[in-house]
Ligand binder design. Structure first.
Ligand code: TEU
Length: 575
């Protein structure tokens, strides 16, 4: 029931540019570095490369704070090198996806500097400026009680005009006011610029947050201990969001054979997602939903880590697999990105006995689902989190804000920071931002020996690098490459329906993919112990042929009862 569309059949590989490949020995990855590694990406089977933001930026949020949308940050290269990269990607039959951050700019952007300069500046209403309130004791308070997604108030006071500006993220990331038509015009012009230069796809950062509740009212108080309150309902899927995205599609996106994916945190549901990507909506192609990423957070607080069960993960994916079809849209599939912990450490195990099989199991599970696959650099190597980092080793503004907040909670005595450090080790974004390990040389081939990388390496595992794994037929990398190839040879894995088997099972995630007379059976054990898997009798396994497995399968024939080894995964073609 699907129209064949190119972007539904691609493997999209996310490159975190500053940590991918340094070509000029300054310790920071760059565009020339990507050019140097294109053969590898092609070999692996990547069809489209998503580059995290490379524009001019003070890098206070690693490039998600842009100060000029049409200039490349000299740390990463220049426009000439970008064009060379874009041409080289196309010459290899691959496509280019650029990251567009339009909920906010950097506070160093020309637009904001103008907006800030006076109350009657023509760009004043390009951002949200409001008078503060006066508290009971005469103290100055922000215009409302919204909490920033990076902690603290979402407002920062500016003495020049005695007003506050809104920032849903860091104070160096003031929110653009999309209700001002000139802002939308400027934003669409940026998209057009990159599309005209050859970009084939766009990722829109936190795009479901750009329409705010009219009047910016206080959010009902949920937490009596503090002034600022979680306020996502005041800016998630706001009243004009669909009008704005439809407008972007009419004016720009729809004119190109491009694809788009909207990043949508704050709990966008499958029904809301359909409103963004439904067949006749003409807004976006895909949504990044967060339900599976939120499973290990307590009450939406990522730092309050909670234990989850496989049944919960299965339920989330089942709902999205079954909802996003036909007119309702199409899934994006991911287990990792530059904001998330490594999937091995989060959904699997760091136990060295099972690290490789477990990474392969997670690969099987992801690559057998229906949707467009997004891989994140290093995922194909099965990288676990770095160990024993001190707070000084972390660079991420979100992590550092949380650390400071917890430290300030109890200013009188030296606070015990061990629980914060534990949460950071499990959930901090830098866990996935360490430099890509290419080989066994010092600094793993990411940058020259003797150069200090911008962020610490995660290089204590001698077998976790591209060179070693490329040569090893049994490696996680070789398995990923093989599975990507299998997916491309079996259109069933693109479009076939998802049929759950044993929904809610404690240890095994299993399902069928079905299209016309064709069926595949997939089962993945998330257990560190052996466990029994029983195939329901109504599934005909008589002609089952093994397609992929993360262990050597010795049984000549698939039986209805099988004992699975720890983290075992297999794919069978049933007919
Ligand atoms: O992320 C938005 C977002 O939802 C994250 O901030 C998420 O809540 C957090 O990372 C969970 O730890 C996007 C970008 O991907 C991220 O890198 C930026 O920091 C953020 O927007 C602001 O632009």
């Amino acid at each position: 029931d699907f129209d064949r569309v190119w972007w539904r059949e691609v493997i999209i590989y996310e490159i975190y540019v500053q940590s991918f490949q340094d070509s000029n020995n300054d310790g920071v990855g760059d565009l020339q570095g990507i050019i140097n590694r294109l053969d590898y990406l092609k070999w692996l089977g990547a069809d489209m490369l998503w580059l995290t933001p490379i524009y001019e930026s003070p890098l206070e949020d690693q490039g998600y704070d842009i100060s000029n949308y049409k200039k490349i940050n000299p740390l990463f290269g220049d426009m000439k090198t970008w064009k060379k990269l874009c041409e080289a990607i196309h010459a290899k039959g691959m496509k280019m996806m650029m990251d567009m951050v339009f909920n906010h700019t950097s506070s160093k952007h020309e637009w904001f500097l103008e907006s800030k300069s006076s109350k009657d500046n023509p760009k004043r209403d390009w951002y949200f400026w409001r008078k503060g309130k006066v508290g009971k004791k005469g103290e100055r308070l922000p215009p409302n009680n919204w909490e920033s997604l990076f902690g603290g108030s979402a407002w920062t006071y500016d003495s020049k005009t005695d007003e506050y500006y809104l920032h849903l993220f860091a104070s160096s990331q003031p929110d653009l006011n999309w209700d001002t038509p000139a802002v939308r015009h400027a934003v669409f012009d940026v998209v057009k610029f990159w599309a005209d230069n050859g970009t084939d796809g766009f990722r829109f950062d936190v795009i479901n947050l750009v329409s705010k509740a009219p009047g910016l009212p206080d959010v009902p108080i949920k937490n009596l201990d503090k002034f600022e309150q979680p306020a996502s309902e005041m800016f998630t899927n706001g009243p004009n969001i669909h009008q704005y995205l439809h407008e972007m599609n009419e004016k720009v996106l729809g004119k190109y054979n491009s694809c788009s994916v909207g990043e949508m945190p704050c709990g966008v549901t499958e029904f809301e997602a359909s409103e963004y990507v439904g067949k006749d909506r003409r807004e976006l192609s895909m949504v990044f939903q967060f339900h599976h990423m939120d499973l290990d957070a307590t009450g939406g607080d990522k730092w309050k880590v909670r234990k989850w069960e496989l049944g919960e993960l299965e339920r989330v994916l089942r709902i999205w697999q079954q909802h996003m079809l036909g007119n309702h849209g199409w899934n994006s599939l991911y287990l990792e990105n530059h904001d998330q912990p490594r999937s091995l450490s989060r959904f699997g195990t760091e136990d060295p006995r099972y690290r490789a099989v477990c990474a392969k199991m997670l690969a099987t599970f992801l690559l057998a689902l229906r949707g467009t696959i997004f891989l994140y650099q290093g995922q194909e190597l099965g990288i676990p989190h770095p160990d024993n980092w001190k707070i000084e080793d972390y660079k991420d503004v979100e992590t550092l804000n949380e650390y400071k907040r917890r430290k300030a909670e109890n200013p009188k005595k030296e606070p015990d920071m061990s629980s914060v450090m534990h949460a950071i080790k499990l959930k901090g974004r830098d866990n996935a931002r360490t430099p890509m390990p290419w080989d066994t040389s010092p600094n793993s081939g990411f940058t020259g020996a003797g150069v200090k990388p911008w962020i610490k390496m995660n290089d204590k595992h001698s077998d976790i690098n591209v060179m070693t794994q490329e040569r090893d037929q049994e490696s996680v990398l070789s398995y990923f490459k093989k599975l990507i190839d299998i997916r491309k040879q079996h259109p069933l894995l693109f479009y076939g329906a998802f049929v759950p088997i044993h929904p809610g099972h404690k240890h095994i995630f299993s399902f069928l993919r079905a299209q016309g007379p064709f069926r595949s059976l997939i089962f993945c054990s998330f257990s560190p112990k052996e466990c029994e898997y029983v195939i329901p009798g109504e599934i005909d396994i008589d002609l089952a042929v093994l397609v992929a497995a993360n262990y050597h399968v010795t049984e000549p024939k698939l039986e209805y009862r099988t004992v699975l080894k720890p983290y075992e995964a297999r794919i069978y073609a049933l007919r």
